[in-house]
Ligand binder design. Structure first.
Ligand code: ZN
Length: 264
């Protein structure tokens, strides 16, 4: 069994950034396909558990809320600003990414084979969490997110740090020739691999990385976790392809903590 500290995988090299972040594993169950009452409870629980873990491990400040969205495999984005008078309700907006510069708000993406992408510009203090399956990747949600971080909050691609989380690897993601051809055309031959059965499979991590590079990010600022959700031996993940279950999703989060309260 994974240890408690493996509930969220941290990105190597992000230890000194002023953010709380993590890619969820199956040790933390985020069951989002439930009635609203229950959903609120789950989100409350998620927020509290995560904040508590972080507070203990890194002595971060608290978060007022965790916001997730109704994901629809689009490239629509939700923007949350520090100047907004009110915050959107979790799960009320249909889109596939959140851009946020408001301290005290954790933003989250749920996945089970699709890829979570976390982005952060330390100088502009803006975060993003994106959901990228094959549709989102083909629609270039990653570079679209970077563009929005720049346009709305003054982020600069060269400063942005990116992490591409766990998702279905080329080892387990066999697709048909038609889809492979789309990726070949859009991102090049290196995003296509041979599947175990002799067919073709997609390497979405490579496609997303190429999209981020095309948006102006530096290669040294892009971290790829390369854990396959279907066959990873290091961590336990939910996998739609493996389990055919819609109820369990991995929750990945990022947020800027509120300034710690001064003690008298
Ligand atoms: Zn695999």
């Amino acid at each position: 069994m994974p240890e408690q500290s493996q509930t969220f995988i941290k990105v190597a090299g992000w230890e000194d950034l002023n953010i709380v972040h993590g890619f969820g594993t199956a040790s933390f169950k985020a069951d989002f396909d439930v009635e609203d009452e229950q959903l609120r409870e789950n989100l409350k629980h998620a927020s509290v558990e995560f904040a508590a873990e972080e507070a203990m491990l890194q002595n971060h400040g608290k978060f007022e809320t965790l916001i997730t969205v109704k994901q629809i495999h689009s490239r629509n984005l939700l923007q949350i600003s520090r100047f907004d008078l009110s915050l959107p309700a979790s799960e009320r907006i249909r889109c596939d990414g959140i851009i946020c510069d408001r301290p005290g708000v954790l933003i989250g993406i749920k996945t089970a084979d699709c890829f979570p992408i976390l982005l952060f510009d330390p100088e502009a203090c803006v975060t993003a969490a994106l959901h990228s399956g094959w549709r989102g990747t083909l629609h270039r949600i990653a570079s679209h997110g970077v563009g929005r971080m720049a346009a709305a909050f003054g982020a600069r691609p060269k400063r942005i740090k990116a992490a591409i989380g766990p998702g279905i690897g080329p080892c387990c993601y066999e697709v048909d020739e038609y889809l492979a051809a789309e990726f070949r055309k859009t991102f090049g031959e290196e995003t296509i691999a041979k599947s175990r059965n002799g067919g073709v499979s997609l390497d979405l991590t490579t496609a997303i990385k190429k999209d981020l590079l095309s948006a102006g990010l530096s290669e040294e600022n892009i971290v790829t976790l390369n854990f396959c959700t279907a066959c990873s031996k290091e961590h336990e993940f939910d996998s739609w392809r493996r389990d055919r279950s819609h109820t369990c999703r991995l929750l990945s989060v990022i947020g800027i903590p509120r300034e710690k309260k001064q003690t008298a």
